[in-house]
Design a protein around this ligand. Structure first.
Ligand code: MF3
Ligand code: CO
Ligand code: CO
Length: 271
């Protein structure tokens, strides 16, 4: 396995791509209200990318064994874990929806980020899941520094999640990212401290935990070849940032002015 180390120019290009991906989520945030459809969210995202001069990495994306993905972004509602396809069903008060945006800049760099939005007023259980998943992602991010191991990230997320009675989806993980969408390494959201790849300055990868209120098991919805749901139909939430390993710690590349408030234990977004 070879993990690409970005040079200064690559880091600048990644910073730009990631900021643009986050800007799309800022634009979308204002539109998340009961009654909007996920297809309308998709169109808002598409228009935003067009204005930026970026293109969607997801539309037409076709890994081996999959049909081409049909959305400009992914919209995963309630018990949909990930890769939900935008459709004409309106969101209703109390839903949670993850919007996952990956853009490609003109010079070919990828930025990947997602947030889970609350649609109107949500149950205490839904709010708790979304907040704890957010905190789990940040706990994972805070492990990142040269000399740390990928297992440290996975362990931080898993122990926190399971300590709060939530389960960690195993089948999908974070990933290296740069001029490729899904590059090495795989960033698991579970694991043991001190195991796995050792982090080095210049690596860029995503951390994107999917946590379930019920059991961790998932299944394919089946009909469309993409949508993943929880087997027990329990709620699932996800957050995603693209991270750079710096000389001394981490730098969160997918931040934007509209980013939701940081958890209280986060004192810096770059270290
Ligand atoms: N953006 C997702 C990720 O975080 C991947 C979506 S692939 C798609 O890795 F085809 F479903 F869009
Ligand atoms: Co993503
Ligand atoms: Co990703």
């Amino acid at each position: 396995m070879t993990i690409e180390i970005k040079d200064a120019a690559g880091i600048a290009a990644m910073r730009h791509a990631c900021r643009l991906a986050a800007d799309v989520l800022d634009t979308i945030a204002a539109h998340i209200v009961p009654g909007i459809t996920t297809l309308e969210i998709d169109r808002i995202g598409a228009r935003c990318m067009k204005e930026q001069g970026t293109v969607s990495a997801t539309i037409g994306y076709q890994p081996p064994g999959y049909p081409p993905y049909p959305g400009y972004l992914c919209t995963s509602v309630n018990h949909v874990v990930c890769h939900g396809i935008p459709n004409e069903k309106p969101l209703k008060k109390g839903d949670i929806v993850n919007v996952d945006v990956t853009v490609i800049t003109k010079d070919g760099w990828f930025g990947d980020t997602s947030r889970t939005y609350l649609v109107g007023e949500c149950s205490i259980a839904a709010r708790r899941l979304v907040q704890l998943t957010y905190e789990a992602m940040w706990l994972g991010i805070q492990q990142v520094r040269p000399g740390a191991h990928l297992g440290d990230i996975g362990h931080a997320i898993q122990s926190f999640a399971e300590g709060h009675g939530l389960s960690v989806v195993r089948e999908f993980c974070g990933h290296g990212i740069g001029r490729k969408f899904h590059d090495e390494p795989q960033v698991l959201h579970y694991g043991r401290p001190g195991t796995g790849v050792e982090l080095q300055p210049g690596m860029t990868f995503t951390i994107e935990p999917m946590l379930n209120l019920g059991k961790r098991d998932i299944k394919e919805l089946g009909k469309d070849g993409w949508t993943i749901i929880t087997k027990d139909h329990s709620l699932s939430a996800q957050w995603e940032h693209t991270i750079l390993v710096t000389e001394t710690g981490f730098d969160v590349l997918t931040l934007s002015p509209g980013y939701p408030p940081l958890p209280g234990f986060v004192t810096a977004t770059t270290t």
